[in-house]
Ligand binder design. Structure first.
Ligand code: GLY
Length: 362
């Protein structure tokens, strides 16, 4: 099986490619396919990633286009909002970007989501390319076409489904990620195994030491296998009408924790805590055995992820959950596990069940 390219299809037809590489060697030839020789490229990045990777990327892009410009904004979830989008619009107007020019998102989830949303809306849509630099962005946020920004207290409240031209992963970039950031990615990867692929989950457990050491081959295989799960789900349900909600496993309570902790915990860490809560509910309902439950918790911990959050109140979590947008009419679509590798959508999780699960994670 070719493991350095994956095609994402939309409505059965090829939509975009994901390239899994150890360097930027193939980036130029992919850009040539977008006919950008006489076009402008704008690299969008943040203050963390820019100093590390911008110069190297610009070297690759300059020979491919008529002009390459850069827009850097301060790193952090607090800047993932319409103000930053507006600043980017202004920059693009000033640089005379038209509909044939291209945005290049270089960064983690915040950069990718914000750049994608700007691309979706500027001049009613211009092309964009994703170059994810974090493990979490590689396995989750750069794939599937969800773009958007936060609005007031609401995460990802304003957005659009908008597909990139291609996603280019250069695994070497993971070398500069701080350990906490790197391990945050395991939150989404374990999620993929737990919801759909027991074999991936077991493989992760078996290869944990290599993965924590960022062994290149092991990381490439992990990302590839994790992407297969996401690909399968988003191809069948690109706009989250049904099955795609499975990808929100751990996110219902995870998002509440993320918000209440004011983004001091990383996204993958909050997903890990949210998964622990969802696993608790699944166990209490008899959908997981005690042994499976304990094993999942110790697995999450062994990937250096938290299984609890201190300093929060159950009632605040419940309030935040009820305000979350992922509601179906008046019902919260909770994702539970009916065994490892088999997630189900449940709209009947009670407040009492959620409260008991929250007690466990606090
Ligand atoms: N991160 C969940 C999704 O892409 O649907």
């Amino acid at each position: 099986m070719e493991q350095n390219r994956m095609e994402i299809r939309y409505d059965g037809t090829p939509c975009y490619d994901i390239l899994l590489e150890q360097d930027f060697g193939k980036l130029g030839e992919r850009l040539v396919q977008l006919s950008v020789k006489n076009r402008k490229l704008c690299i969008v990045t943040d203050s963390n990633v820019g100093p590390l990777h911008l110069e190297r990327l610009a070297q690759e892009l300059i020979p491919c286009a008529a002009k390459v410009v850069t827009f850097t904004f301060p790193a952090g979830e607090a800047r993932k909002n319409l103000k930053t989008v507006q600043m980017l619009y202004e920059f693009l107007i000033q640089e005379n970007f038209d509909r044939n020019d291209v945005l290049v998102a270089l960064g983690g989830g915040v950069v990718g989501d914000l750049t994608g949303y700007t691309a979706a809306t500027y001049l009613r849509g211009i092309r964009f390319v994703q170059i994810p630099t974090t493990l979490l962005a590689m396995v989750d946020s750069s794939i599937g076409g969800k773009t958007g920004v936060d609005f007031k207290a609401y995460k990802n409240m304003v957005g659009a489904f908008y597909m990139p031209q291609f996603v280019y992963m250069n695994f070497t970039l993971l070398g500069t990620l701080p350990t906490r950031e790197y391990c945050s990615g395991f939150g989404e990867i374990l999620k993929h195994g737990l919801i759909r692929d027991a074999a991936l989950y077991s493989w992760l457990v078996e290869n944990r030491d290599l993965l924590l050491q960022r062994d290149r081959l092991a990381v490439a295989e992990m990302v590839y296998r994790s992407l297969l799960i996401k690909k399968d789900i988003v191809e069948r349900d690109p706009k989250e009408r049904g099955e795609r909600a499975l990808l929100n496993f751990g996110h219902t309570i995870g998002h509440a924790v993320e918000k209440l902790k004011e983004f001091r915990l990383l996204h993958g860490e909050c997903v890990a805590i949210g998964m622990v809560a969802a696993v608790q509910i699944s166990w209490r309902r008899g959908m997981l055995t005690e042994t499976q439950t304990k094993e999942i918790l110790s697995c999450i911990q062994s990937f250096q992820l938290p299984i609890s959050a201190s300093g929060l109140l159950v009632e605040d979590i419940l309030l935040a959950v009820s305000r979350d947008k992922k509601k179906d009419a008046d019902k919260i679509r909770f994702i539970l596990l009916n065994g490892i590798g088999n997630a189900v959508i449940d709209t009947n999780v009670t407040e009492q069940e959620m409260a008991e699960a929250c007690e466990f994670i606090l």
